[in-house]
Design a protein around this ligand. Structure first.
Ligand SMILES: NC(=O)CC[C@H](N)C(=O)O
Length: 257
C-alpha cells in the first residue's frame, strides 16, 4: 500500500538519528480503525513502525507496542472483551509485566482492551448520555513520569480528538483512591466531562508506568494542519498528541529526560 509522504519525517530522523532504530509495534485486530494513523505518528516522531497482527504467535523485535482505536471484533460482547484473548495479547501481557517492562499504549479501543486484559484496573462502559460522541477534548496531563508522557509538562493542558461510545471509565472507590494516591491518573478531562467517567479520568497507568491507556486519540493530533484547532482561539493545538510518541522514543533510547 502506498504511504503518504511524511511532513517532517526526514527532518526528525536527521535531527535524532538514534531514534530511527527504535521499533514501535502497532497491533491490528479485525475491526481496528486507527492503526495507520498510529503508525504514521510513530514515523513522524522519528521511529520505525512495525505492523503486528492479532493472530501473530510472537511479538518479535519491538521496543514498545501501541494498541490502537477502533472496534476490534465489532465490539461484540463488550468492547475489547474478545480482543483480550487474541494470541498476540498474551505475549503483550507477558512482556508488559516482565522485568523488561515493555511500554504499551492503549488508545480508546486499545484502552478498553487493556482493562479487559487486566493490565489496567477498572472498566469502560457506555457514555452516560448513551450516544457516540466525537469532539476535540481538552485534557490535563497529571503525571509526566510514565513511558508515554515524559515530554509533557506536569499540569499541561492538551487538546486532542475524542470519538467513542463506550468511554465512561468506572472503578470501585478503593481502586480510584489507590490510583489517585499512586499518581496513576495520568490524564483528566478539563472543562467538560464527556462521558461520566469517574473523577473526570481520561487515562491511567499501571503501577510501573510502562502501560498507559486513554480514551482520546493523540495519534490524530501529530501533524500541522490536521489536528484540532485550539479551543480557546489562542494558537493551534494540532500537534498536541506528538509528545506521546516522542516520549516513548526518548525512554527507549535512554535520552536525557
Ligand atoms: N474510537 C474508538 O476507538 C472507538 C472505541 C470503542 N469501540 C467505542 O466506540 O467506544
Amino acid at each position: 500500500m502506498t504511504e503518504l509522504p511524511l511532513i517532517g519525517e526526514a527532518v526528525a530522523v536527521a535531527a535524532e538519528p538514534r531514534l530511527a532504530g527504535a521499533r514501535i509495534g502497532v497491533v491490528t485486530f479485525p475491526g481496528t480503525l486507527d492503526d495507520r494513523d498510529a503508525a504514521r505518528a510513530v514515523r513522524l516522531a522519528g521511529a520505525t513502525a512495525v505492523e503486528l497482527w492479532h493472530g501473530d504467535a510472537e511479538l518479535g523485535d519491538v521496543d514498545a507496542v501501541i494498541i490502537p482505536g477502533g472496534f476490534s471484533y465489532g465490539d461484540y460482547l463488550r468492547a475489547g472483551a474478545i480482543a483480550r484473548f487474541a494470541p498476540l495479547m498474551s505475549k503483550i501481557i507477558d512482556a508488559a509485566n516482565s522485568d523488561a517492562k515493555l511500554p504499551v499504549l492503549g488508545i480508546c479501543n486499545g484502552f478498553q482492551i487493556l482493562t479487559e486484559s487486566h493490565l489496567l484496573p477498572g472498566s469502560m462502559i457506555k457514555n452516560d448520555h448513551l450516544k457516540f460522541l466525537c469532539r476535540d477534548q481538552v485534557l490535563r496531563v497529571e503525571n509526566t513520569n510514565t513511558a508515554w508522557t515524559l515530554d509533557y509538562q506536569a499540569g499541561q493542558e492538551i487538546t486532542i480528538p475524542l470519538k467513542n461510545q463506550d468511554g465512561q471509565y468506572i472503578a470501585d472507590e478503593k481502586t480510584l483512591d489507590a490510583l489517585e494516591a499512586e499518581g496513576r491518573v495520568v490524564f483528566r478531562y478539563v472543562g467538560f466531562n464527556p462521558n461520566g467517567s469517574r473523577r473526570d479520568i481520561a487515562g491511567i497507568s499501571n503501577a510501573a508506568g510502562n502501560v498507559v491507556g486513554l480514551m482520546p486519540h493523540p495519534e490524530h493530533a501529530v501533524e500541522p494542519g490536521f489536528g484540532p484547532e485550539s479551543l480557546d482561539g489562542i494558537g493551534g493545538s494540532d500537534t498536541d498528541g506528538l509528545g506521546f510518541f516522542t516520549s516513548v522514543l526518548n525512554k527507549i533510547v535512554g535520552g536525557d529526560k
